[in-house]
Ligand binder design. Structure first.
Ligand code: PLP
Length: 381
């Protein structure tokens, strides 16, 4: 499929791929774990054993790579598998600079892993990436890690600026772009070396597949080859059925992300200034600290994620999250159905998330129903 076509066209057709043996527009699921060798003992590259590669990976990986403007992609068994792989390439004495506000699962694992393996870790404030420059140790800093928009306050980090600071010190930039998706932001075009996705969220979009993805700007680097080898060695692969479902979900990504973003924008505008709230955190609001950067680095909307902070504190937040009917009280995000979550108790006593914060994953339902539902829950508290 031509590189010049629009994202919507590429993704709806998963690059226009057709099964050459049957002319089917949708791929078959290949459950085989092993592949018969030719008489000369060689395999049809790359299929040997499905811990290395499987016929269902290619179409998803090429589609993701095209959407992100990368050179290659890898699907993985979970978003966390995608987060773990780059860290597995580091050695004792290496240094990493990472954002302070980010998905708590990544933050928690990275902190423990680095402590155990002698990797130095520095955190920079998501609201002030200019502090990164002072933390970098040329020669030692191997990686700068950011997430944008960042869970759960949706700070938008200036990818172009951070890429240039990181590269000046010889470090690679990894961007967890789960909340943005390639429909809103394409980090590689802005200078990122590696893009990470919890494909469990928007890429799949139906809350029925756990998956991760990495997309590289440079497929020939030893770094990428090592991560590929580690995916196979550690068995961080996605099952063929899940891979097939992921591709099915991805075909509607552009529609879903646009609709979720439009709904989130409308909710954010409706509820800012609401008497029960002292903050609505959404990059699409002019008062959001990341709004100016978001306007530069996001297209097609500002995403489907927003958070609200309640005057009534912990108790009011806990009650509100339990009283919505359309917004289901559950963790995770990026599905077609709207979810609500009181974050602090989920993250436990060490969390930095304010006790009064509720996170909303805005789905594709009718906006009036979403507004009525949240308004009723807020007013009842
Ligand atoms: C969910 C999530 C992850 C982890 O993905 P899993 O598929 O749950 O392992 C990583 N980063 C972000 C931003 C996430 O939202």
């Amino acid at each position: 499929m031509s590189k010049d076509l629009h994202l919507e066209t590429k993704i709806a057709q998963a690059l226009g791929w057709i099964d050459e043996s049957t002319r089917a527009v949708i791929p078959a699921i290949h459950p085989a774990t092993t592949f018969v060798r030719d008489h000369d003992g060689s395999n049809q590259d790359p299929f040997v054993y499905s811990r290395n590669d499987n016929p269902n990976y290619g179409q998803v990986e090429q589609t993701l790579s095209a959407l992100e403007g990368g050179q290659d992609a890898m699907v993985l068994s979970a978003g966390m598998a995608a987060a773990v792989l780059p860290f597995m390439t580091l050695q004792a004495g290496d240094h990493v600079v990472i954002q302070d506000v980010l998905y708590w699962g990544v933050r928690g694992w990275v902190t423990k892993h680095c402590a155990r393996f002698g990797i130095d870790l520095d955190f920079f404030p998501a609201q002030d990436p200019s502090q990164i420059a002072g933390l970098l140790r040329p020669g030692k800093t191997k990686m700068v890690w950011i997430e944008s928009p960042a869970n759960p306050s949706w700070e938008v980090v200036d990818i172009t600026a951070v890429a240039s600071i990181a590269h000046d010190a010889g470090a690679r930039l990894v961007v967890d772009s789960t909340a943005a998706t390639p429909i809103l932001t394409q980090p590689i075009a802005l200078g990122a070396d590696l893009v990470m996705h919890a494909a469990t969220k928007y890429l799949n979009g139906h809350s029925d597949v756990l998956a991760g993805a990495l997309i590289t700007a440079d497929a020939s680097s030893d770094w990428w080859q090592e991560m590929r080898a580690n995916r196979a060695a550690m068995g961080l692969v996605l099952g063929p059925q899940e891979c097939w479902l992921l591709l099915r979900g991805m075909r509607t990504l552009a529609l879903r992300v646009r609709q979720s973003s439009a709904n989130a924008q409308a909710l954010a505008e409706h509820f800012s200034g609401h008497p029960q709230l002292h903050a609505v955190l959404y990059p699409g609001l002019p008062q959001h600290p990341g709004h100016a950067i978001a306007r530069r680095q996001m297209q097609n909307g500002f995403g489907g994620m927003l958070s609200i902070r309640l005057h009534g504190g912990f108790e009011a937040a806990a009650k509100t999250a339990r009283r919505t009917k359309i917004f289901k009280e559950a963790t995770s995000f990026g599905g077609v159905e709207s979810l609500i979550e009181h974050r602090a108790p989920i993250e436990g006593p060490e969390t930095k998330v304010p006790a009064d914060l509720i996170r909303l994953s805005v789905g594709i339902e009718h906006i009036d129903d979403l507004i009525t539902d949240l308004d009723a829950a807020l007013t009842s508290v």
